[in-house]
Design a binder for this molecule. Structure first.
Ligand code: DOR
Ligand code: ZN
Length: 340
C-alpha cells in the first residue's frame, strides 16, 4: 500500500497553551485534525465557563481560516461546583472535565487533592452523561515514578469505576500493560483510553539513550518495553475503547533542557504520520481509521468528521526546531507523509 486515505481524524487530548505558544502550535493541530479536546491546565487553570469560552475564542483566532473545532474541558479542583460544570456542558462551552490529581503534572497544583472531594461533581457528570478525563497517576512520593499509573488503578480508579458505574471515563495517555488490560476488559463498558505516539514508539531506554534526553520526558513517563508492546497491541486491536490522543504538550527548549526540565513532548506537527508508521509496522494500516477517526467520536457521542486525509508512504523529515520548541522526532524521519 503506497497511499492511505482515511476519514479526517480528531485529537482527543492536546495542550494548545496560550499567547505566543498557542499561535505557534495550534495551526499544526488544526491542519491534521477536525477537532481536538483541549486540556485546561493553563496558568491559571480553566475552571469557569467564562474562562473556557474566552480560551475557545483565542484558539479560534489562532486557527482562523482552518477547518477546526476546539472542544473545551473544565479543570476540576476541590472546589468545583456541580452546577457550574453542568452549565458549561449545557451551554456547549465544554464537553468534558479533566481530573488532575494535585501535583501529578504541569500546572496541576490546583488539581484535586482527594477524589472524595469531587463526588458531587462526579455524580452530576454521571447523571448528565459528561465524560471524566483522568490523568491516571498517584502523586504519593513513596511510589516509584514508573509504577504511578498501575498504582492509580488499584488505589483510585477501580473504586471510582465501582462508585460511578455509568460515568464515562477516559483513562488518558495510557502507558502500561495494566491500563491497557483494564480498559480492554468487558467489566467496564464506559471506560476508554487515549494513546499517544510517544508511548507507542518509545520505551524508557529512550530517556537515557547515550545521555539524559529531556525531549523524551513526558508524564506519565515512558515505561519498559513490555508495556510499550501492550499499549501498541491495544491501539491496533480495533477495540472501540482505544483512540487517538496525542498529548502534544509543547514547552520551549530552555524549559526542557534544564536542571528541572518540564514534562511534555510536542508531537502535533507530525502526529498522524507517527501513528501511521506504528500501524504500518504492526501490519494494521486498515485499523488506523477506526483508532484515529471513529472510536473517539463514537465514545463522545459526536458525528464523524465529513472530510478525508491522505497519507503516502515515503519519509517526512522532522525539523530540528519549530520556533523555540523541539518537536518529537526532531532531525529524524517518519515513514509516512501527508499528501496535499
Ligand atoms: O507530559 C506532560 N505534559 N504530561 C502532562 O500530563 C501535562 C503535559 C503538559 O501540560 O505539559
Ligand atoms: Zn496531557
Amino acid at each position: 500500500m503506497q497511499t492511505l486515505t482515511i476519514r479526517r481524524p480528531d485529537d482527543w487530548h492536546v495542550h494548545l497553551r496560550d499567547g505566543d505558544m498557542l499561535a505557534l502550535v495550534a495551526p499544526y493541530t488544526a491542519r491534521q485534525f477536525g477537532r481536538a479536546i483541549v486540556m485546561p491546565n493553563l496558568a491559571p487553570p480553566v475552571t469557569s465557563v467564562a474562562a473556557a469560552a474566552a480560551y475557545r475564542d483565542r484558539i479560534l483566532a489562532a486557527t482562523a481560516g482552518l477547518d477546526f473545532t476546539p472542544l473545551m474541558t473544565a479543570y476540576l479542583t476541590d472546589d468545583s461546583n456541580p452546577d457550574e460544570i453542568e452549565r458549561g456542558r449545557r451551554d456547549a462551552v465544554w464537553i468534558a472535565a479533566k481530573l488532575y490529581p494535585a501535583g501529578a503534572t504541569t500546572n496541576s497544583a490546583r488539581g484535586v487533592t482527594e477524589i472524595g472531594r469531587i463526588s458531587r461533581v462526579l455524580e452530576r457528570m454521571q447523571a448528565i452523561g459528561m465524560p471524566l478525563l483522568v490523568h491516571g497517576e498517584v502523586t504519593d512520593p513513596q511510589v516509584d515514578t514508573f509504577d504511578r499509573e498501575a498504582v492509580f488503578i488499584d488505589r483510585i480508579l477501580l473504586k471510582l469505576l465501582a462508585d460511578f458505574p455509568a460515568l464515562k471515563v477516559v483513562f488518558e495517555h495510557i502507558t502500561t500493560r495494566q491500563a491497557a488490560e483494564l480498559v480492554a476488559s468487558d467489566d467496564f463498558p464506559n471506560l476508554a483510553a487515549t494513546i499517544t505516539p510517544q508511548h507507542l514508539m518509545l520505551n524508557r531506554n529512550a530517556l537515557f539513550d547515550g545521555g539524559l534526553r529531556p525531549h523524551a520526558y513526558c508524564l506519565p513517563v515512558v515505561k519498559r518495553e513490555e508495556h510499550r508492546l501492550a499499549v501498541r497491541a491495544a491501539a491496533v486491536s480495533s477495540s472501540p475503547k482505544f483512540f487517538l490522543g496525542t498529548d502534544s504538550a509543547p514547552h520551549v527548549a530552555a524549559a526542557k533542557q534544564s536542571a528541572c526540565g518540564c514534562a511534555g513532548l510536542f508531537n502535533a506537527p507530525f502526529a498522524i504520520e507517527a501513528y501511521a508508521q506504528v500501524f504500518d509496522e504492526e501490519g494494521a494500516l486498515d485499523r488506523l481509521e477506526g483508532f484515529a477517526s471513529e472510536h473517539g467520536p463514537r465514545f463522545y457521542g459526536l458525528a464523524l468528521n465529513p472530510g478525508q486525509l491522505t497519507l503516502e508512504r515515503g519519509g517526512c523529515a522532522v525539523p530540528t526546531a519549530i520556533g523555540d520548541v523541539i518537536p518529537f522526532g526532531a532531525g529524524g524521519h517518519f515513514a509516512w507523509r501527508l499528501s496535499n
